[in-house]
Ligand binder design. Structure first.
Ligand code: GLN
Length: 486
C-alpha cells in the first residue's frame, strides 16, 4: 500500500479497496520498521493519525468528502501543530507544544487529511544537507551514507522511502527543490505569498514559502490545491482565490517556450548532472516545446545577496527566542543578561549562531548601507533578469542543484561549499517566483533533479508541464532500493 500515489489513494478510498485506517496503520508500521535507517521523522503522531483516519473514514462513508480526505501525509516540523511538539529542528524548541495550528496544517485538517507526524529538518531551516538538526542528520534513502539535501530533508526522505505519499515543506533559498532533487521526489515552491506563512516558524520572512513534496506532479498538484489561498492572518498573503491545480495537468504543451539560461550550465555544474538535464530538455522538444536561450546575467550575485538578506531577517526573527517566554531556558541563570546569553548560546546550534552574527552585523549602524541596502539593490536586478526573460518564454528550465547527493560530513566544515548547493534555486526566492524540481535521471544510482521556474502565479502551468514530462518518462517511478521492503 505504501507504493500508492496520492491520486491512487484517493481512488482506492472511494472505491473502498481499503480504508484510511488501514493505510494509515500500514504507514505507521512502516515508519516504525524503517525510519531508524533514515531519521526522517522527529515525531510520529500515532494516536492523532488513527483518530483522524477513523474520522476520515466516517466522512468518506457519507460521500462528498474533499479530495484529500483520509490521505496520510506528514508535516515539516516548522509548521505549528496544536498539541504536538514543534521543534523546528532545534534544541531551543525541543519542549515547545503550540496551542494552535499553522494555516497550512489547518487547511489539511479541514480537508480531513491524516497527519502521520512531523518531519526532520535543518535547525530553523538553515542548511542544505539536514545535518544541522538537533535530532541528528537525515539519511538519503538512495544511499544512506549520503545526505538527502536540506532543509526539508526529512520531508523529502520520507516520500522517497515511501513512508508517506506526500509531505509539506518550506523553501527560503531552495529547501523544497534541492532535497527533492537529491531524493528523486517532486517538490514545488509556490509564488511568494501564495501560501500562508501563519504558524510557520519564520526564518527569512521575505523569502519563506511553503509547498509540497510528493512522488509526482499530479500528487503535488493535489497537495498544493489544499495549501493555497488568502489568509488575513498573514499580511503578505496574496488575495487570490483557492485553485484546483489538478484540472489542466493533461493540457498539451506543444508550442511551449522553454527558456534555458546559459548561466545555469557553466562552471561548477557536474557534467553528468548537466547531461541528464539536457536529456530532459530533449524530451520536452519531442513533446512540441521550443528551447530558447535566455540570459540571467546577475546569477552569480544571488548567493552573496541571499547570505546578507536571509541572515539579516533571521537575526530579527530569532530574537524572540530569549529563554523567557517559551522554549529552552538555561539552568540557574545568575541574572537577566546571563539568562539571555546562556539560553541562546546553549539553545541554538552553530549554524544558527553564525547566521545571527552575520545578520546582526549586516544590519548594524555603519554597515547597513554597505551590506543590507546593497543586497536589496542586487535583489532588484535579479528580479529584473527574470522579468526580461519571461517576456520571451513561458517557463525556464535548468538543473536544480549542481551535483547529486554528497556524503554525510563532506561539506559540513565548509559553509561556503554548502551555500553553493543553492546556486540555481536562491534567485527565485529573491525574485518571489515559483520553482519546482522533478526527477530527470540517475548518476551512479543517485537522483538528478530538473528545475522548472515559472512566472508569477503560474504554478498550474508548471505542474502541467511537469506532468506531461512524467507521462513520457519514468524517472519519478524509480525507487531507492533501501526502501523496497514490503
Ligand atoms: N540552504 C539555504 C540556507 O541554508 C536555504 C534554506 C532554505 O531554503 N530554508 O539558508
Amino acid at each position: 500500500m505504501h507504493q500508492l500515489t496520492i491520486a491512487e489513494i484517493i481512488r482506492g478510498l472511494r472505491d473502498k479497496q481499503f480504508s484510511s485506517v488501514e493505510i494509515t496503520r500500514h504507514l505507521l508500521d512502516r515508519i516504525q520498521q524503517l525510519d531508524g535507517n533514515y531519521n526522517s521523522f522527529i515525531t510520529v503522531t500515532e494516536e492523532l493519525a488513527m483518530t483522524q483516519a477513523a474520522a476520515a473514514d466516517e466522512r468518506l462513508s457519507k460521500g462528498e468528502a474533499p479530495a484529500l480526505c483520509g490521505v496520510p501525509i506528514a508535516h515539516k516540523d516548522i509548521f505549528c501543530t496544536s498539541g504536538v511538539r514543534t521543534s523546528c529542528g532545534s534544541k531551543m524548541l525541543d519542549n515547545f507544544v503550540p496551542p494552535y495550528d499553522a494555516t497550512v496544517v489547518e487547511n489539511f485538517n479541514a480537508a480531513s487529511a491524516v497527519t502521520l507526524g512531523k518531519t526532520n529538518m535543518d535547525e530553523f531551516a538553515m542548511g542544505s544537507s539536514n545535518e544541522t538538526s538537533f535530532y541528528g542528520p537525515v539519511r538519503n534513502p538512495w544511499n544512506t551514507d549520503c545526505v538527502p539535501g536540506g532543509s526539508s530533508g526529512g520531508s523529502a526522505a520520507a516520500v522517497a522511502a515511501q513512508l508517506a505519499p506526500g509531505t509539506t515543506a518550506t523553501d527560503t533559498g531552495g529547501s523544497i527543490r534541492q532535497p527533492a532533487a537529491l531524493t528523486n521526489t517532486t517538490g514545488l515552491k509556490p509564488t511568494y505569498g501564495r501560501v500562508s506563512r501563519w504558524g510557520m516558524i519564520a526564518f527569512a520572512s521575505s523569502l519563506d514559502q511553503a509547498g509540497p513534496i510528493a512522488r509526482n506532479a499530479e500528487d503535488a498538484a493535489y497537495l498544493l490545491s489544499a495549501m493555497v489561498g488568502h489568509d488575513p492572518k498573514d499580511s503578505t498573503s496574496l488575495n487570490r482565490p483557492v485553485q484546483d491545480y489538478t484540472l489542466n495537468l493533461n493540457d498539451s504543451i506543444a508550442g511551449l517556450k522553454i527558456g534555458v539560461p546559459k548561466e545555469y550550465f557553466g562552471e561548477g555544474l557536474n557534467a553528468d548532472t548537466a547531461a541528464r538535464v539536457q536529456d530532459a530538455l530533449k524530451e520536452f522538444e519531442k513533446l512540441g516545446a521550443e528551447l530558447v536561450e535566455v540570459s540571467l546575467p546577475h546569477t552569480d550575485l544571488a548567493v552573496p545577496a541571499y547570505y546578507v538578506i536571509a541572515p539579516a531577517e533571521a537575526s530579527a526573527n530569532l530574537s524572540r527566542f530569549d529563554g523567557v517566554r517559551y522554549g529552552y531556558r538555561c539552568e540557574d541563570p545568575q541574572d537577566l543578561r546571563d539568562l539571555y546569553m546562556r539560553s541562546r548560546g546553549e539553545g541554538f546550534g552553530d549554524e544558527v549562531q553564525r547566521r545571527i552574527l552575520v545578520g546582526t552585523y549586516a544590519l548594524s549602524a555603519g554597515y547597513y548601507d554597505a551590506y543590507y541596502n546593497k543586497a536589496q539593490q542586487v535583489r532588484r536586478l535579479i528580479k529584473q533578469d527574470f522579468v526580461q526573460a519571461f517576456e520571451k518564454v513561458d517557463v525556464i528550465m535548468g538543473p536544480t542543484s549542481p551535483s547529486p547527493a554528497f556524503a554525510l560530513g563532506a561539506k559540513k566544515a565548509d559553509p561556503v561549499a554548502m551555500y553553493l548547493e543553492d546556486i540555481y534555486t536562491i534567485a527565485t526566492n529573491l525574485a518571489g517566483l515559483p520553482g519546482m524540481s522533478l526527477p530527470c535521471g540517475l548518476v551512479n544510482n543517485l537522483p538528478v533533479g530538473l528545475q522548472i521556474i515559472g512566472n508569477y502565479l503560474d504554478e498550474a502551468r508548471m505542474l502541467n508541464v511537469a506532468h506531461q514530462y512524467q507521462q513520457v518518462t519514468d524517472w519519478h517511478q524509480q525507487f531507492a532500493s533501501s526502501a523496497s521492503p514490503a
